[in-house]
Every structure is written in C-alpha cells, then in structure tokens.
Design a protein around this ligand. Structure first.
Ligand code: HEM
Length: 147
C-alpha cells in the first residue's frame, strides 16, 4: 500500500514537471511571436498568420498546461500536507505572478488580433525576462525549501 502511494506521488510529480515544461515553453514563445507579429505589415497575410499562431499556442499549449500544472501542484501539496509550509506560500506567490503574466499575455494577443500594438519590440523583449526569473525562484523554493 505504501509502495502504491509513493508511486502515485512520483507519477503526479512527473506529470507536474512535464506540464511545467510545456507551460514555460509557451510563456517563452508567445512574446517572441508578438515581436515578429509587430514587425509584419498591419492587415497583411503575414499578420493574419501570426494571429493564428498565437491563438493556437494559447489554445493548445498554454491554457491546458496552466490548468494541469495547477491541478497536479495542488494535489501534490495536499498529499504531503504542505499547505502550512512557508516555502509553498512563497512558491504560490510566484506561481500567481506567472499566472497573472499568462493572463496578461493572452489579453495582449487579443489586442494584437484587433490591430492594437501597444508595446514596442524592446518592451516585449524585456517582459520576456519575467517567466525565466519567476521559474528560477520557484525551482529554488521547491527544491531547497529554505523555510
Ligand atoms: C500551480 C501551482 C503549483 C503548486 C501548488 C505546486 C506544488 C508543488 C509541490 C507540492 C511539489 C512537490 C514537492 C516535493 O515533493 O517535495 C512540487 C514539485 C515541483 N514543482 Fe511545483 N507547484 C506549482 C507550480 C509549479 C511551477 C509553476 C513550477 C516551475 C516553474 C514548479 C516546479 C516544480 C518542480 C521542479 C518540482 C519538483 C521538485 C522536487 O522534486 O524536488 N511548480 N510542486
């Protein structure tokens, strides 16, 4: 029985990490798409292709990964009784930052699809640092559990 439980936990964790990778890959790709999108001529067929690519990336990779990472992460936390531990609170704060960034990006994709280009390529490239920094802090928190 104990063996079964630890195997289930290991599989949950493997699933969690796999979908974290998918989510992060999507979060790194989307702002790059925005930069190329904004370099295309407004109303051109190339612009239409970027709108389509962005919508597909959000629908096929980003939204499903966000949901699976949250569900499996919360299941893991429940299984090891981590809800009272400081490292998890800190991790959740940074995961919320990533989630807010994701939602903001999805909103920006909608604006771009309507022809609104509010940020410069440089600003988009700078924003691209957010997921990398947040992921580094999250991994340190979950592996080292400093508090
Ligand atoms: C969405 C909310 C999330 C919750 C509730 C959550 C919770 C957890 C829990 C409880 C564990 C197991 C820790 C252990 O077995 O010691 C875990 C493992 C892990 N999580 Fe998350 N997580 C979330 C999101 C994320 C994100 C966004 C990342 C990375 C960007 C991430 C990266 C990892 C990694 C790398 C591990 C494996 C750590 C190890 O085995 O040492 N998690 N997570």
């Amino acid at each position: 029985m104990e063996w079964m439980l630890s195997m289930t936990y290991a599989w949950l964790k493997a699933g969690h990490i796999i979908f974290v990778i998918f989510w992060m890959a999507g979060l790194f790709m989307l702002p790059r798409y925005f930069v190329y999108h904004q370099e295309s001529m407004p109303g051109s067929p190339e612009e239409a292709r970027w709108v389509d690519r962005e919508a597909k990336l959000l629908k096929i990779i980003l939204w499903p990964s966000l949901v699976v990472v949250w569900v499996l992460g919360l299941l893991l936390a429940h299984t090891i009784g981590a809800f009272s531990q400081g490292w998890l609170h800190a991790k959740l704060f940074f995961v919320l930052v990533l989630t807010a960034y994701h939602i903001w990006m999805a909103g920006y994709a909608g604006k771009l699809a309507r022809g609104e280009r509010r940020l410069t390529g440089k600003q988009l490239r700078l924003l691209n640092e957010v997921p990398g920094l947040a992921a580094a802090v999250i991994v340190i928190l979950v592996v080292l559990k400093p508090f």
